[in-house]
Design a binder for this molecule. Structure first.
Ligand SMILES: [Zn+2]
Length: 545
């Protein structure tokens, strides 16, 4: 147990708090830093250190942790800075806190070494000590800083993991810098092609799995659990592999995600991409945008599981800037920055989806795929409410066989646009009570309309994990004249949009390979809900620490 008192302990000399600290400090293994800016804390501290004449390091200000009074400055029971220190300089100088963290780290390490038997047996020999502290014969000092030797050593979380064995990186971890560094390292060492996104997801897990397998196949020590998780042993192995050029040489056991074709290394047009679209039997139409395929028949994909039906506020959203984020370049100038706001966890999977779609479009030369752009993403319930009201009007108009010449009541428009979360039934009841509407017709309208558009408060778009991908499609009209346009997220255009290259590709790969799905491609082929949000930062059930 270690405490740093940084300019704390004000009050009268001899106050009960001082006695409490003094009592606490008597316990074995308890260490303390006493740093005061002004007279009151320093006078308290002067009393406290009297009890520990042989276990106190009286250090300069800021502390250098040089060997002062003979006690080891990293292990000494008390570090006392007896000189005054400017309040602001305590923090702003950037000298004091790092020094105190060394003490805290050393204390943690002592505690963990007691618990864990010999975590450092397989570790590479430590490099020379940089920090000017200690007697030089105590391994624990070195271990804090110098277990890692490769580029990984510059990442604080990783250095700590290597020293303390107190952290395991796995799916959903929030240690972004650490994961980024690991992804970069895996790309070097096993030739994986991870995006350095900082998100520990399926691909990263597979690459770690591949690394562990290769490590064991080469008979290296210690054998690693092949579990796709990155604990201290795998980290130290990865560190070693980074420095060993023979390990990083291409090998047959390089991990490949199951979706990768064997020749995924190549992207030349003649070779199948990761997610190839077979254009046999499709019509090739030369449109004003360039070539767009039109297929004869589209597969239907639906999904009702793992839908992100929850809300996240706008202020945590970020603008998507990856492939498919430039509508003007794609030939559709309709969408602004506000149409590309997504939850940060979506960055990596969305980049992957859009890259794969556009890449395959380039391979087969299909403009519906090459020009795919994000048309809508995060929305407020107010925006969805507006859209829902429009949809109610539209479905009445398009279904005269059901609704005759009924109109949607003007005095229910506000309610129709409101946040209907938990109030769906009330809304139906209110409409049903509005003669000549009946409850049955009201329920029918609600069901039909929600098949195309969710009401405010009930749309997965409000989670920031859903995008609508706009893209152009082409067709020949009845005079064999070429017609092409962006579908513009308009339900009337869905049937034709589905038959384009982009529509076919999304139906084929989005759900099973890339974990995005429409609730129903027959209603909205472009509506892509990300399904892998459980245990990520976007999971509303996830505890934040
Ligand atoms: Zn949508």
């Amino acid at each position: 147990m270690h405490i740093s008192l940084i300019d704390s302990m004000y009050g009268k000399p001899g106050n009960p708090i001082e006695a409490k600290y003094a009592g606490w400090l008597k316990k074995d293994g308890h260490t303390i830093d006493l740093v005061g800016a002004t007279p009151p804390p320093r006078s308290h501290f002067a009393e406290m250190v009297k009890a520990w004449p042989n276990d106190t390091v009286e250090d300069s200000t800021p502390p250098l942790l040089g060997a002062g009074s003979g006690a080891d400055p990293l292990r000494a029971k008390v570090l006392w800075m007896q000189h005054p220190y400017n309040h602001m300089d305590l923090i702003a100088d950037g000298k004091l806190i790092p020094a105190l963290l060394k003490r805290a780290e050393a204390a943690l390490l002592r505690a963990s070494n007691k618990a864990a038997a010999k975590p450092s047996q397989q570790a590479p020999k430590p490099a020379p000590v940089v920090f000017q502290a200690g007697s030089g014969d105590d391994e624990t000092h070195h271990v804090v800083d110098h277990k890692l030797r490769s580029e990984l050593k510059g990442v604080p979380d990783l250095a700590q993991m290597a020293a303390l064995h107190n952290l395991v990186l796995k799916r959903g971890t929030t240690r972004q810098k650490a994961v980024e560094a690991i992804q970069k390292a895996l790309n070097k060492v096993v030739g994986s092609k991870l995006l350095q996104s900082g998100k520990y997801e399926t691909d990263t897990e597979q690459a770690v799995h591949g690394f562990q397998t290769r490590w064991n196949d080469q008979g290296k020590d210690p054998p690693l659990d092949v579990d796709g998780r990155l604990g201290a042993h795998t980290l130290l192995a990865l560190d070693e592999a980074l420095l060993d050029s023979s390990f990083a040489a291409p090998a047959v056991s390089a991990p490949a995600s199951p979706s990768q074709a064997p020749d995924a290394e190549h992207h030349a047009p003649a070779v199948d991409g990761h997610y190839p679209l077979d254009t046999d039997g499709a019509e090739r139409i030369a449109t004003k945008y360039g070539n767009i395929f039109r297929f004869a028949k589209a597969a239907k994909v639906t999904n009702q599981s793992k839908r992100p039906k929850f809300f996240h506020p706008k202020d945590i959203m970020v603008e998507y800037k990856g492939p498919g984020s430039d509508p003007a370049a794609a030939g559709s100038a309709k969408y602004g920055k506000d149409h590309r706001l997504i939850h940060p966890v979506l960055l990596e999977p969305l980049t992957r989806l859009m890259s794969a779609l556009i890449e395959e479009g380039e391979r087969i030369d299909d403009e519906s795929m090459k020009r795919a752009t994000i048309g809508s993403s995060w929305r407020s319930w107010e925006q969805d409410g507006e859209g829902f009201l429009k949809q109610l009007h539209k479905r009445i108009r398009l279904n005269p066989q059901i609704f005759g010449d009924l109109q949607f009541p003007a005095d229910l428009e506000e309610e129709a646009k409101s946040n209907l979360y938990g109030k769906e039934q009330d809304f139906i009841d209110h409409l049903g009570a509005h003669r000549p509407w009946t409850h049955e017709l009201a329920a029918k309208l609600y069901n039909i309309a929600t098949g195309f558009k969710a009401p405010g408060g009930l749309s997965p778009h409000e989670s920031g994990l859903v995008v609508d991908i706009d893209f152009p499609y082409g067709m020949l009209d009845k005079h064999q004249k070429v017609f092409a346009q962006f579908h513009q997220i308009t339900t009337e255009n869905n049937g034709d949009a589905r038959l384009s290259g982009a529509g076919m590709w999304l139906a084929k790969y989005a759900k099973d390979e890339l974990h995005f799905s429409s609730y129903n491609t027959e209603a909205e082929i472009w509506h892509m809900e990300w399904l892998e949000w459980k245990s990520t930062d976007a999971d509303p059930g996830q505890k934040k620490s």
